[in-house]
Design a protein around this ligand. Structure first.
Ligand code: FES
Ligand SMILES: [Fe+2]
Length: 347
């Protein structure tokens, strides 16, 4: 918390969730954060602590309207400056120079829809930090317009165990025999997933779609319509330390944030984002609704299976006496994560 989650850019949410006059309270690392967009639409992150006598300004979650302190009702504007103070005659210094009483602000920037916060004052820009993932997030954001599905759940394991689980497909036949193995559309070729390690912190994979499945899907596309970024594979991106973004063919994106809420608890915030379609017929829209509904049920089932196995891993890790063994190829992304973790924590 004091090292990695302070110096890294941490994913906090999406710009589309901050539209309208809203603000959000959340925890980032070991800090309480208040997130809102300023008048220019730029996302900004503030310490969620009132400048008056330090009450927590807002509870976790999304709230409408300006930030108003629950204690004495100081109201803050979009740049964190106190806008109104009841009994203003008692606070001449605040009325004269409200800027001086601005909420503490953290570095906050976005790649497309994806908003990140960095708690430490110094460090790389978001663009430098993300490397090649910056362009991916920008591209994935094209036409992204709705949260189709969302859930938050705890997993009884350290966050690193949960990330490691997300980074390998080796456990799929064993843990997801009744789910993933039945999924249509994925190529069964052994060499199908390709790993990319262009960035020292992040990694991603691409898994070709099954050719017959793509051909069948193509026949429906005149009804389904067009969407901004169509590709013919499944992609899974890990953005260090705790964000994954996955998609099959680009018609929706799964965004999962893994928060270390305790040493042996990870809170997972999962969202499925939809993108704009053009030229879809009524029948095509219905088809997409079915595809999405199947997707939501599938995501939850896979999540439950992974959560269950991660708790078992944690139970074992607690008593482990030797180093783990990592497979060649199949567990290379786990190894890459270990290297990134070691180099970032030694900074
Ligand atoms: S503590 Fe916030 S207004 Fe008094
Ligand atoms: Fe899994």
């Amino acid at each position: 918390m004091n090292g990695l989650f302070r110096q890294s850019w941490i994913f906090v949410g999406l710009k589309l969730e901050l539209q309208g006059n809203v603000h959000q309270g959340m925890r980032v690392g070991n800090k309480e954060i208040l997130l809102q967009c300023d008048e220019a639409g730029k996302p900004r992150a503030f310490l969620n602590v009132c400048s008056h006598r330090h009450a927590r300004l807002c509870e976790p979650g999304t709230h409408r309207g300006f930030v108003r302190c629950p204690y004495h009702s100081w109201v803050y504007d979009k740049t964190g400056v106190p806008l109104s103070v009841p009994q203003r005659q008692a606070f001449p210094q605040v009325v004269a120079e409200p800027e001086k009483f601005r909420l503490h602000e953290f570095a906050c920037d976005a790649a497309g829809e994806f908003i990140f916060v960095r708690l430490s004052e110094e460090g790389p820009s978001l663009r430098e930090y993300l490397g090649s993932q910056y362009a991916f997030l920008e591209r994935a954001s094209e036409g992204m317009d709705t949260v189709l599905d969302e859930f938050r759940e705890d997993v009884g394991a350290n966050w690193k165990v949960v990330i490691e689980n997300a980074l390998e497909g080796y456990h799929v036949p064993s843990v997801h025999s009744g789910t993933f193995m039945e999924v249509d559309g994925m190529s069964r070729e052994k060499e199908a997933p390709r790993f990319f390690f262009d960035d020292t912190r992040h990694s991603h994979l691409e898994h070709e779609a099954n050719a017959d499945w793509v051909a069948r899907f193509k026949r429906m596309e005149s009804r389904i319509g067009r969407w901004p970024w169509r590709f013919e594979h499944y992609t899974h991106h890990h953005i260090f330390p705790n964000l994954t973004v996955t998609s099959f063919m680009g018609y929706s994106f799964h965004v999962q944030r893994f928060d270390p809420t305790a040493a042996e608890t990870t809170t997972v915030h999962s969202r499925t984002l939809g993108v704009k379609f053009e030229g879809s017929t009524e029948a095509g829209k219905k088809m997409m609704e079915h595809i999405h509904a199947d997707g939501h049920a599938f995501t939850r089932k896979v999540f439950a299976e992974d959560g269950g196995i991660c708790a078992k891993v944690q139970a074992g890790v607690r008593h482990a006496t030797k180093l783990a063994v990592l497979g060649e190829g199949i567990e290379d992304r786990v190894r890459h994560f270990h290297r990134a973790y070691m180099s970032e924590t030694n900074k």
